[in-house]
Design a protein around this ligand. Structure first.
Ligand code: NAP
Length: 463
């Protein structure tokens, strides 16, 4: 027996409010953990309300599906390191979009052969989006996990072929709207949508995968919203729309932070030709650099009054956030003003540095966004760059032929001294050599970030 529809509606409204609050709270570091709880609670209420809305015929199947989800999901959530979060997100998205697409197939079979034209239209759009997102997300996962080459799969007429494949999927959908009894067309639609998703993401370089994931995320949301119309399920319409629009906004923000346009990300493969894994990594220049030990850095920090720490992907790899915090505490105890400069695309996903530093209990007031910290650098005694690279590269301002040209960067080169902690002279994600290494005010300290910082903390404690 199902529950009173008004109670179900009330539960749906409660979960919608929680989803909206989640998006609001997640936009600020201080409130982001409430956002996480709010979204989880909203989803739990939505699932329970949906289960109560229908008379369940086969509880065994439902419990079986729940068990499979838990067995796969819990270890993934517990074990995947933060450095692999983009891949993990790609896989969650692949499963989500496949589920949406398969529910669409099932819904077609429930109504076939008498599927009304409006329902068939929405189902066709929803299945195309679902299947293409599934294939695209799997390829994005493969590229990020380096299971398949990151370089874009480019050939003459690439965009024409891709669009032709998408058009064939669309024609199969139109045929189904006219002749809903012709079930074979549904499998043609699914096949071409899968091929389109495969071609779309294969044609994009590994460097753009996190942005692609945000775009695919918005497709999943849109297909879920479309399915909501078919199933007349309001929570699916609202949650899908929120997902679709927030994924889109995120992709726009990421593209802007990397100075890329959507068309560039989706069709150009531009920039990818110099990205890692493409076999075209920039030539390192044989110019002299100044290399120092952690102990030397302790001396210069002793005489500083204003320090800015700029973290990047290397801090995540080294898991050095706790040691960074330890160093900050020592500096602050000595009356030194310490701030963190956070670039919007430092690391490998939006908010990557914020998450790690929050984990190490760094107060959010100490985190300064790029626009706010940049005017501070000319007045800063020492900048410590911890495993960041591209986001500090002055070539972004000056070298027109650099893949980073035009990307807003942290102007750390304007500080009096720059301490650059990394393991080697290797370039960062873009493959571009960093001009900063060779500047007279830059001190390179080679080594794993955690090890170098531990040595620095030990040296500071002695001094
Ligand atoms: P980055 O340019 O990729 O540089 C990271 C540096 O960390 C490397 O040069 C590496 O040098 C160093 N490193 C790696 N492991 C280390 C370790 N254990 N200890 C010390 N150093 C280590 O990183 P970023 O400056 O954070 O810039 C992010 C890049 O990712 C940008 O190009 C951005 O456009 C791109 N991206 C970001 C996002 C996002 O959402 N955040 C999305 C897509 C793309 P060594 O190997 O010499 O140690």
């Amino acid at each position: 027996m199902s529950l009173d529809p008004n109670i179900i509606l009330g539960l749906y409204v409660a979960s919608i409010v929680l989803f909206i609050l989640a998006l609001r709270w997640m936009s600020e570091v201080r409130t982001s953990k409430y956002g996480n709880w709010s979204a989880s609670l909203g989803m739990a209420i939505a699932v329970v309300a949906t289960l109560l809305a229908y008379t369940i015929q086969r509880i065994d199947l439902l419990l079986g599906a729940l068990a499979v989800g838990l067995i796969i999901g819990v270890p993934i959530a517990a074990r995947v390191p933060t450095t692999a979060l983009p891949q993990r997100t790609a896989m969650s998205q692949a499963f989500g979009s496949l589920a949406v697409a398969l529910v669409g197939v099932a819904e077609y079979h429930v109504d076939a052969p008498n599927v009304p034209p409006f329902t068939m239209t929405v189902l066709s759009v929803e299945m195309i989006l679902g299947f293409l997102t599934f294939a695209g997300s799997c390829i994005a996962f493969g590229k990020l996990q380096e299971l398949i080459p990151g370089r874009p799969f480019v050939y003459p007429g690439k965009n024409f072929v891709s669009l032709a494949v998408l058009a064939l999927a669309g024609i199969a959908g139109i045929y189904l709207i006219i002749e809903p009894s012709q079930g074979f067309a549904l499998y043609i639609l699914a096949g071409f949508a899968l091929i389109f998703g495969f071609l779309l993401v294969m044609g994009i370089g590994g460097a753009d995968m996190p942005t692609v994931i945000a775009i695919l995320n918005s497709y999943t949301g849109m297909s879920a919203a479309a399915l909501g119309f078919v199933l007349d399920n309001k929570i699916l319409i609202v949650a899908g729309s929120l997902d679709g629009s927030s994924g889109f906004v995120l992709a726009v923000i990421m593209s802007q932070a990397m100075n890329r346009s959507f068309t560039n990300v989706l069709f150009g493969g531009v920039g990818a030709k110099v990205a890692k894994g493409t076999g075209a990594v920039a030539q390192k220049e044989a110019r002299p650099v100044q290399s120092y030990a952690a102990e030397d850095v302790a001396t210069i920090l002793d005489n500083a009054s204003k320090v800015v720490i700029v973290p990047g992907y290397g801090m995540a790899v080294a898991q050095a956030q706790h040691t960074v915090k330890e160093l900050t505490d020592i500096l602050q105890e000595r009356g030194i003003d310490v701030k963190y400069g956070i670039h919007p695309v430092a690391g490998r996903m939006p908010g990557h540095m914020n998450v790690l530093l929050a984990e190490a209990q760094v107060p959010y007031e100490q985190l300064w966004e790029m626009e706010k910290i940049n005017p501070e650098f000319p007045d800063t005694d020492v900048v410590i760059v911890v495993g960041a690279n591209d986001v500090t590269n002055p070539a972004a301002r000056t070298k027109v032929d650099s893949p980073l040209y035009g990307m807003p960067i942290m102007n750390v080169d304007k500080a009096r001294t720059v301490i650059f902690i990394k393991r080697s002279m290797n370039p960062g994600f873009s493959g571009a050599d960093n001009e900063l290494f060779y500047l007279p005010n830059t001190w390179m300290v080679f080594g794993d970030a955690k090890k170098v910082l531990s040595d620095l903390v030990a040296a500071m404690k002695k001094s």
